[in-house]
Write a protein that binds this ligand. Structure first.
Ligand code: BTN
Length: 266
């Protein structure tokens, strides 16, 4: 018999009541995008740590204006409001700490070889399991709030994806060969994000950066970076404190990249 895997906001809130992240949880059946909903709530003054989730997104969005395929009832579509004291140029630090939290919690709870592909893809065995989309409201010199959106493919059958994505995407179900109960992953995930946010606020970006480097799938490899303006090839040498990728070239020169898509050259 198939038991429906239902998430309940009060169950989530009571598991997280002493945590910064998850004290307030909004769980919708359907929204256009949880990031849009989170921005609306942030504008209304909702606190840092408010979590907005949905079972279904009609207009889930990814990086660079892409669509995030969001079938109902099987995945995670999560957005979190945070109010870090930061200048806008350093907001990528929040993406980095969330990527570290997501990858390390999924490794621990599922024993899967989860890695991070710059800038913020969550991979298992070179296929995309999840992604992170940061959006913010800021002044010149300070961030008012950030919304950090996390999409993770959990119990989704890959066969529902458009052809082009079937070779490059994966889900927890596909990797483990069976479905999981989402609440068993969700609570450690939100606690893990809270943990890394505290580490970052207390000790700065360096512990996050070190862990990001440990979890990276591309550092030390030859890569191709594609941006709307150009395609470059070089070696992924490292990542700097603001999340920029350091690409090295045979003549000893370097370039810093802030956005784009990376593929490893085999
Ligand atoms: C990417 O890899 O391009 C980022 C994908 C981010 C998807 C999540 S799902 C929850 C939140 N709401 C959205 O519309 N997008 C993010």
């Amino acid at each position: 018999m198939h038991v429906p895997d239902i998430l309940l906001s009060n169950e989530i809130e009571s598991a997280l009541k002493s945590e910064l992240i998850g004290k307030y949880v909004f769980l919708f059946d359907e929204v256009d995008s949880t990031n849009t909903k989170a921005r609306e709530l942030a504008e209304k003054g909702y606190d840092e740590g408010t979590v907005i989730m949905a079972e279904n997104q009609s207009k889930g969005r990814g990086r660079l204006g892409r669509v995030w395929v969001s079938p109902p009832g099987v995945n995670f579509y999560i957005s979190i409001i945070l109010k870090p004291e930061l200048v806008p140029a350093k907001a990528t630090r929040i993406t980095m700490l969330v990527a570290v939290a997501v990858a390390s919690v999924l490794r621990k709870t599922l024993s899967l070889p989860v890695t991070i592909r710059w800038p913020n893809d969550i991979l298992v065995r070179d296929r995309k399991l999840g992604g992170i989309l940061i959006e913010m409201d800021s002044e010149m010199d300070r961030v008012n709030y950030v919304v950090i959106g996390i999409g993770i493919n959990v119990n989704m059958d890959i066969s529902i994806l458009p052809d082009g994505l079937q070779k490059t995407a994966t889900s927890i179900k596909r990797e483990l060969g069976h479905e999981v109960k989402r609440i068993d992953i969700l609570i450690p995930l939100l606690k893990g994000i809270g943990y890394w946010y505290r580490v970052y606020k207390k000790d700065g970006i360096h512990p996050v950066l070190n862990e990001w480097i440990n979890l990276s799938s591309i550092l030390g490899k030859r890569i191709r970076l594609s941006t709307p303006k150009k395609v470059i090839e070089g070696k992924a040498e490292g990542i700097d404190e603001d999340g920029r990728l350091i690409i090295g070239f045979p003549d000893g020169s370097f370039e810093l990249a802030s956005s784009g898509d990376v593929t490893v050259i085999k």
